[in-house]
Structure formats: structure tokens, C-alpha cells
Design a protein around this ligand. Structure first.
Ligand SMILES: [Zn+2]
Length: 292
């Protein structure tokens, strides 16, 4: 019979070998390479190593979008998002041109039928250009949702697309004093609002309230600085244009527009410029992957 005193060295050896094995495993799991990969897998990524995304969006469905803005974009093979209200004269009169715009890869987005907005501001300032019939303060949530649904049907008849994004008219989210954001979520893959800022954080972003900068009479350099801010944050910069080189009472010069576009073209390696629908599709899929 083996006595405990005789077997002690053997038992110690077994414990020592176990300790070596466990400590080796610990070192493998804690190696810097493995940690970096795990960290990377948990981080929001833009396609092809881009550091930020940029969306160029154009509101109110005017001829200048077809003739000037889209042409500037296509010169460097970029695409934009064009938000036309159902009551747009250009959409009615040049429907084939709008259809062709989508066929060339641009996005036609929902901007309501009648472009309703809050007409009387809290400070009593009144948007005289808006018919009182289309004052959002006199709408109901159900009424604006029904209008936006019909606008989706109208736009689908133009371009055949079953999915749509929305641009809030005048950045307003209240109908009859009540938020309609939740009511319209099922209608749109994403929605753009104002706020004049970049997206602060991709994880906490509400994809139906994506901020944008409404640019009016600003320089190309100022717009480039806005893009650099998004690049620094690793998020996205959304521009809200109206007229480019005229055609609206809210305009940016064609020179400034082209300057921004030239910058985006020259930095494709780190800036992904896509339509709002494309970029937001990626955002939704990354957030799903990361479990946000
Ligand atoms: Zn508008």
C-alpha cells in the first residue's frame, strides 16, 4: 500500500503541471491581438474602411435639382437624395425626368403631399407662405400619417421603389401639438430632421430623427469643416440643401456646392458619400450586428 508521505512529490508535480497549463491558456486569451480583434468586432464600421458617411439631400422638388444639383453630383459619380412633396410643380410637369433621376441611382424621398408645417411659431411669427389649411398645428397625428402614406404610394408610382425615407417638412414633428414620430416609423426605413449638427453617436441615434444641417448661403469651406467634424467623430454628416445656384428662397451657390462635392470626391478613401437610404440601410444593419 502506498503511503501518503511517498506519493506527495507526485501529487505536487501534477498540481504544478495543471498550474502551467491554466496559466498558458490565460495568456492566450488575454493576448493583445485577440483583444483588438474582439474590440474591432464590437465597433461600428463604415464600408471599405471609411471613417464617416456623408449624405447630400435636397428638399422641395424643384427643377434646379434635376438640372443643377444632380448634374454637379454626376460629374464626379456621386448620388444624392431628393425630397419632393406630392404638390411639387416640377414633379407634376417633369415626372419622366424624376423617374430617370432614380434610374441613374439617386433617391426620391418622401416630403409629404402638401408640405404642411407649423404655421404660427411659438413667438407668434407666422409662415405666410404656407396656406392656413396646411398648418400642422391644426392637423392630427392620424391625418399627417395618412398624408405621408399616400405620398409613399405616389412616389412608388413614379419610381417603383417599395421602401422610402422621409424628410420632415420644416423639421417639424408635431401635429396638433402631439409628436407623430412613432406613428410614422412603420412607413419609413429612416427619417431626416434638422438640428444643424452631425450625428453625435451611431449607437444612440434615433434612425427616424437623424440630424442634418440646413445650409443657406454658406461657403464650401464651412461645409467641408462640417464633414471633417463627422470624420473626427466617426459618424455621419447630413446636408439639407434647398436651391443650388438659385431656384428657391433658401440657396447655396453652385460654386460652394461644387467645392464640397470636389472634396468628397477627392477623399473617397475615408468618406463614404451615399444616398440617405443607402447609408441608413448600412446603419441599421451594423446596429443589428452589434445588438444596439
Ligand atoms: Zn421642405
Amino acid at each position: 500500500m502506498i503511503k501518503l508521505r511517498d506519493s506527495l512529490p507526485f501529487v505536487c508535480l501534477i498540481f504544478f503541471l495543471c498550474f502551467l497549463h491554466c496559466s498558458n491558456n490565460y495568456q492566450v486569451n488575454q493576448s493583445p491581438g485577440k483583444s483588438a480583434v474582439q474590440e474591432g468586432e464590437k465597433t461600428f464600421h463604415w464600408p471599405d474602411g471609411a471613417r464617416a458617411a456623408v449624405c447630400l439631400t435636397y428638399d422641395d422638388g424643384i427643377d434646379g435639382h434635376l438640372d443643377i444639383a444632380a448634374s454637379d453630383l454626376e460629374e464626379v459619380n456621386l448620388r444624392g437624395s431628393f425630397y419632393a412633396q406630392g404638390s411639387s410643380h416640377s414633379l407634376a410637369e417633369r415626372m419622366e425626368d424624376w423617374r430617370a433621376l432614380v434610374d441613374r441611382g439617386h433617391e426620391l424621398g418622401n416630403h409629404s403631399l402638401f408640405h404642411p408645417c407649423i404655421r404660427t411659431m411659438p413667438d407668434e411669427d407666422v409662415h405666410e407662405w404656407l396656406w392656413p389649411e396646411y398648418a400642422l398645428e391644426n392637423y392630427t397625428v392620424r391625418q399627417i400619417a395618412a398624408e405621408l402614406k399616400i405620398a409613399n404610394t405616389l412616389l412608388q408610382a413614379v419610381d417603383g421603389k417599395p421602401e422610402r425615407t422621409y424628410a420632415y417638412t420644416c423639421n417639424d414633428h408635431l401635429a396638433g401639438g402631439e409628436s407623430f414620430v412613432d406613428e410614422i416609423r412603420p412607413l419609413f426605413t429612416a427619417a431626416r430632421t434638422g438640428g444643424d449638427n452631425i450625428v453625435a453617436d451611431m449607437q444612440t441615434l434615433d434612425i427616424h430623427l437623424v440630424p442634418s444641417w440646413g445650409v443657406v448661403d454658406v461657403s464650401g469651406e464651412a461645409m467641408i469643416d462640417f464633414v471633417k467634424k463627422a470624420e473626427g467623430a466617426g459618424t455621419m454628416a447630413v446636408f439639407m440643401f434647398h436651391g443650388v445656384g438659385g431656384g428657391h428662397n433658401l440657396n447655396v451657390s453652385r460654386e460652394s456646392h461644387r467645392k464640397l462635392i470636389a472634396y468628397l470626391d477627392a477623399h473617397r478613401d475615408r468618406l463614404w458619400t451615399g444616398t440617405f437610404a443607402q447609408v441608413m440601410d448600412h446603419v441599421r444593419s451594423e446596429r443589428h450586428r452589434l445588438g444596439f
